[in-house]
Design a protein around this ligand. Structure first.
Ligand SMILES: C[S@@+](CC[C@H](N)C(=O)[O-])C[C@H]1O[C@@H](n2cnc3c(N)ncnc32)[C@H](O)[C@@H]1O
Length: 217
């Protein structure tokens, strides 16, 4: 079985993410062109049976919005301890590290994300620390800011995240979430902090663009 890093480099390409400018250079991430081949390869080569696709191989619309927001408003993270929860590729963590966060942790329940985050941090010359496991089983760690992108696509998962993030905000942690109108996103009511038209693909989303908003919970 290849290492997770070797698998990622063999099955994805280092691609620019439109709209994510890191001070003159575009953010580049190890991304797949289409979902079915990388999903099949993940099951075959990494011997992983998962009902979920390899999320880490795509820059999801909600995450792109959160990353853009952090780059446009670096004061959200500058000098602060930041957690990118449900990080996938680690795109938001890369943005936070570039924007001047003091420390950035990335977490995901998919262990392959550790390798993806490490490769993506290296590709963009930033430092990100990995936190493994399901952090939702305990209180949120002591950070100043939690960032999340595209976490409201399954009912039970969305409810768990909302409860966990709500508890974090009650303890004074600032929480920002990017979402492109997924089925289980909260109604809000409040005005979004930012909104962006995000380019996506027919293969991934069935549409070419999604309007994604960033909310402070
Ligand atoms: C649609 S992807 C978004 C990834 C990334 N934030 C982005 O926007 O590109 C959702 C991610 O949530 C992760 N996830 C699901 N449940 C989780 C949990 N309890 N804790 C951490 N991550 C979780 C999945 O593994 C997946 O990587």
């Amino acid at each position: 079985m290849p290492s997770a890093k070797a698998f990622i480099q063999a099955n994805t390409r280092l691609l620019k993410v439109e709209g994510l400018d890191l001070g003159g250079a575009p953010m580049r991430l190890w991304l797949a062109d289409a979902i079915t081949p990388i999903w099949s390869a993940t099951e075959a080569d990494l011997e992983r049976q998962s009902p979920d696709p390899p999320f880490w191989a795509f820059a999801w619309a909600g995450g792109q919005a959160a990353a853009r927001c952090v780059l446009a408003r670096p004061e959200i993270v500058r000098g602060r301890r930041v957690l990118d929860i449900a990080c996938g590729s680690g795109m938001i963590a890369v943005a936070a590290a570039h924007a001047g966060a003091a420390t950035v942790w990335a977490n995901d329940i998919d262990p392959v994300c550790e390798a993806a985050v490490s490769l993506n941090a290296q590709a963009n010359n930033v430092s990100i620390d990995w936190l493994g496991g399901d952090l939702l089983e305990a209180l949120a760690p002591q950070v100043d800011v939690i960032l999340a992108g595209d976490i409201f696509y399954q009912k039970q998962m969305a409810e768990r995240f909302l409860a966990w993030l709500g508890e974090a905000t009650a303890r004074g942690i600032e929480v920002y979430v990017g979402d492109p109108g997924r089925a289980y996103a909260p109604d809000g009511g409040a005005r979004p902090l930012a909104e962006y038209e995000i380019a996506t693909t027919l293969d991934l989303e069935g549409v070419m663009h999604r309007l994604a908003r960033v909310w402070m919970l």
